[in-house]
Design a protein around this ligand. Structure first.
Ligand code: FES
Length: 193
């Protein structure tokens, strides 16, 4: 799948054995988006001319030259990936710190909010800490993992307690929707002032 990042679009993929990798979304050959490619075992193949790349980013195979061992210089830029607790973390360059600990929580859904993190904090009546905002509703906590997307948009990942039953998950999802609408209302109010 393609994803945006400070280093440009990323092709995020998982090999057959289950390992995730994050590539620059641009084939070194003619620039085709690698997110349009396909996974074959432990490699990602470009959909255009079929060049195949290992998870380290090095080219393993050029179908038009089957007898050629691709030179080491043909490689895709990669970013470090950590796959933990149902969330895939990508670090751009050296990771400044390990991902936050999310024990006891499981990802439920993600949504885009047309407001910044400050508006979400105001709507929740709580402060985010390290990108995590705990939102209380009905005596339970919805943990929100927030990532700014530009100045006035936030990607909000909703996490619930691992032991939540379906009714509680639906309630958490609705609480996140309500919070999203409230934050967007706060932002609209600020813009109108
Ligand atoms: S553009 Fe990717 S193999 Fe040619």
């Amino acid at each position: 799948m393609p994803a945006q990042s400070p280093v440009g679009p990323i092709a995020l993929w998982r090999s057959r054995s289950g390992r995730a990798a994050a590539f620059a979304d641009r084939c070194p050959h003619r620039g085709m988006r690698l997110s349009h490619g396909f996974v074959r075992g432990e490699t990602l193949s470009c959909i255009y001319h079929g060049w195949s790349y290992a998870q380290g980013g090095n080219c393993l195979r050029i179908p038009a030259h089957p007898g050629l061992a691709p030179p080491e210089t043909i490689r895709v830029a990669t970013q470090a990936v950590e796959d933990s607790g149902g969330i895939i973390w990508i670090s751009v360059g050296e990771a400044a710190a390990p991902p936050p600990r999310l024990e006891g929580f499981a990802p439920l859904r993600s949504m885009m909010v047309e407001a910044d993190i400050a508006a979400l904090e105001a709507a929740a009546g709580a402060k985010a800490d390290g990108g995590l905002l705990d939102h209380r509703h009905d005596d339970r906590t919805v943990r929100l993992l927030l990532a700014s997307v530009g100045e006035a948009r936030t990607l909000m990942h909703v996490l619930v307690g691992e032991d939540s039953n379906p009714t509680e998950r639906i309630a958490a999802s609705r609480a996140a929707e309500t919070l999203r609408r409230a934050a967007e209302g706060i932002r609209r109010g600020r813009v109108a002032q």
